[in-house]
Design a protein around this ligand. Structure first.
Ligand SMILES: Nc1ncnc2c1ncn2[C@@H]1O[C@H](COP(=O)(O)OP(=O)(O)OP(=O)(O)O)[C@@H](O)[C@H]1O
Ligand SMILES: [Mg+2]
Length: 260
């Protein structure tokens, strides 16, 4: 079966700084892959290369076999890609529901002209998308907040809203950048449950960047470890946690020697 996401020798330079070097891995359909590594390893930069926010200096990014380097982020949404950001960017003066509904705009039939005329089929599609947005919020235990302005909610809840917004585009490939950062223990449990349920109910492949090793162990089938822009290893979360190269990258050489 073709990989849902295929990276070959992805390289990214800013001036003289090599942020990513020859990163190569595949993610098979239906897999939840963890992308881990110390601060500054290049995880968010790699997401930006996949989602079209950065153009890699070299290498290839393919989604379901289609080369996407150079494709604009808005077009990638139509190819089934959705992502969340390390620092959620919500419309703070809009309601929670309105923020989630934004994720469905690519599913509206027609274009800007028919949208502004609000023709009957546009209105029908809008109602359907609002209904789905509400049920996504309810599934994430956020239904109670649907009509509140987003700025009245905590950072942790913003992460949940952003996840619902990403899911509304019905992605086949979902990139989550530190979804558990700043979440309480209960919120992390809720997040694990939501992502598991989404994977079980829909044909979705997930790549999740996270420092929360509990979440990585509970949720992922495989992990890729990045360090200084290079792939250090690939395997299960348990293999990564006991790999001396990974321990050294996180804690230094002494810790790796002690663990050996
Ligand atoms: N637009 C940019 N211009 C210059 N340097 C950048 C840019 N974006 C990222 N970098 C550099 O690339 C390196 C990797 O950063 P990146 O944010 O991808 O790391 P990360 O693994 O996501 O780290 P963290 O876990 O802290 O989020 C850093 O040294 C960062 O300063
Ligand atoms: Mg990052």
């Amino acid at each position: 079966m073709a990989a849902r996401l295929s990276l070959r020798d992805v390289t990214l330079r800013f001036g003289g700084v090599k942020v990513l070097q020859d990163v190569t891995f595949d993610v098979a359909p239906g897999v939840i892959l963890g992308l881990v590594g110390p601060n500054g390893a290049g995880k968010t930069s790699l997401f930006n290369c996949i989602s079209g926010h950065y153009k890699p200096t070299g290498g290839s990014v393919a989604i379901d076999g289609t080369e996407v380097v150079g494709t604009a982020p808005s077009k990638l949404v139509r190819l089934g890609l959705a992502r969340t950001f390390q620092h959620p960017a919500l419309q703070l003066d809009a309601t929670v529901l309105e923020n989630v509904v934004l994720g469905g705009h690519t599913r509206l039939p027609g274009g800007p002209v028919s949208w502004s005329l609000r023709l009957p089929h546009t209105q029908r599609a809008e109602r359907e998308i609002r209904g789905e947005a509400l049920s996504l919020l309810e599934r994430a235990n956020l239904g109670w907040a649907a009509n509140l302005p987003a700025d009245e909610l905590s950072h942790g809840l913003h992460k949940g809203i952003e996840l619902c917004r990403a899911l509304l585009s019905k992605p086949s490939l979902l990139l989550l950048d530190e979804p558990a950062a700043g979440l309480s223990h209960g919120e992390v449990e809720q997040l694990i449950d939501t992502v598991r349920r989404v994977r079980a109910d829909e044909d979705i492949t997930v790549v999740v960047v996270e420092h929360h090793m509990g979440l990585i162990s509970a949720l992922t089938d495989r992990v890729v470890v990045l360090d200084h822009g290079r792939k250090l290893m690939e395997g299960t979360a348990a293999q990564a946690q006991s790999d001396p190269r990974v321990i050294e990258a996180y804690l230094g050489k002494d810790a790796a020697d002690d663990a050996a």
